[in-house]
Design a protein around this ligand. Structure first.
Ligand SMILES: *Cc1c(COP(=O)(O)O)cnc(C)c1O
Length: 370
């Protein structure tokens, strides 16, 4: 939306994004650092994020769906693009035309790609092993079946064997070690020609579990975008997202004034309530009402009353009057209001906060030099 016509401004710092890429790449080296940019680059805009990461040196990208891969291919003609969903029915020609490599998630996927590769191969793919999420990837029985029928892979070049960690954000969770051991075991029972194939295991949090988890390629997502890869520890990443909402109106009221739908909040003592132009239709979750904080010039101020579709109400009594006039901005995400804090207040994770960011914002991309 056009700058003057939007109720809130979303600033995405591509310079910080590139710095985050370089930090993760250096931490994981000598492993290659790919990027997970599914769901429109976690809501931040693949048209800007894809080329920015490429400019920072990233040459390998993961998206969820073939449709996302087609979009990314048009932006990055030379990148490697992997489709985490695997294959969808009747999509093989599209994968080939756009050079999208599926992550083969089951024997079903393998058979489908193999049948196509017989006439159109050799074709590339990644092979996913399910080490503990029961979500995607081959289970032990399927790996044994594949080992007994290695000719299925005759026309398929597996570039990486991969798996995905379920608990990497909690560094001392025993699941991490268990999955690592299972991955090693699964590799040992793969068809012989895959036992030395390069491996990819770590997401953002996995990179911080140490070199045992890096293998040959890592695939961070959230940390690129400024999310904290470790639960409960200081965030080493630079802030990428800043969301500011405009004040529409300021009300000076006495005590016991009801605020918002359901009158769930009443002022205590004389108060100044600012009405800010953002709401749940913009991805500012309704659960944040009476819970989250915003900030004006680094002074934290509470969201009071319910979040409406287009509006929140904020108690700005302690902010100097000159800083909270109509037209002024309130920090909603970023600065004194870290993304991770907003996620905690919304009983969710930063991933969901980012992917929910709405379409009514004025979006501005900064590209400070790295
Ligand atoms: C989304 C995803 C990633 C990236 O995870 P982050 O926690 O955002 O770093 C990596 N691997 C797979 C399979 C994914 O689905």
């Amino acid at each position: 939306m056009e700058r003057k016509l939007a109720g809130a401004h979303l600033t995405i710092n591509l310079g910080a994004l590139k710095e985050n890429y370089c930090l993760l790449r250096d931490k994981a080296a000598p492993a290659e650092c790919a990027a997970s940019v599914k769901a429109n680059a976690y809501g931040l805009g693949i048209e800007k994020v894809g080329p920015a990461l490429y400019a920072a040196g990233c040459r390998r990208f993961f998206v969820a769906l073939p449709g996302e891969g087609v979009t990314l291919r048009a932006l990055l003609p030379d990148a490697k693009i992997h489709i985490l969903a695997g294959l969808l029915p009747d999509t093989e020609e599209i994968y080939l035309a756009h050079r999208l490599d599926p992550v083969l998630n089951s024997l079903h996927d393998i058979r489908q790609w193999a049948a196509f590769a017989k006439t159109r191969g050799p074709l590339h793919a990644l092979l996913h092993l399910d080490t503990g999420m029961t979500r995607l990837g081959l289970l032990e029985a399927e790996i044994r079946e594949l080992a007994a029928a290695p000719e299925l892979l005759n026309n398929i070049e597996i570039d990486f064997v991969m798996s995905h960690l379920s608990c990497a954000d909690v560094a001392d969770d025993p699941m991490n070690r268990e999955q690592l051991e299972k991955l090693e075991f699964f590799r040992s029972i793969l068809p012989k020609k895959l036992r030395n194939t390069p491996v990819s295991f770590a997401n953002s949090a996995g990179i911080f579990l140490g070199p045992d988890y890096h293998f040959d390629m890592v695939r961070p997502g959230i940390a690129l975008f400024g999310g904290n890869p470790h639960a409960g520890a200081p965030n080493p990443m630079r802030e990428v997202v800043h969301l500011r909402g405009r004040i529409l109106r300021v009300a000076d009221v006495d005590s016991e004034f009801p605020v918002g739908y359901g009158a769930t909040f009443r002022t205590e003592g004389s108060s100044r309530i600012a009405t800010v132009s953002v709401g749940y239709a913009d991805g500012y979750f309704r659960v944040l009402g009476n819970k989250a904080e915003c900030a004006i010039n680094n002074i934290k101020v509470p969201v009071v009353g319910r979040v409406s579709m287009d509006i929140i109400t904020v108690d700005v009594s302690k902010v100097p009057a000159g800083d909270c006039a109509p037209g002024a901005f309130v920090d909603l995400i970023g600065g004194a209001v870290p993304l991770d804090e907003v996620a905690v207040h919304a009983d969710t994770i930063p991933y969901e906060v980012l992917t929910a960011l709405g379409s009514r914002y004025y979006r501005e991309y900064l590209d400070a030099a790295v």
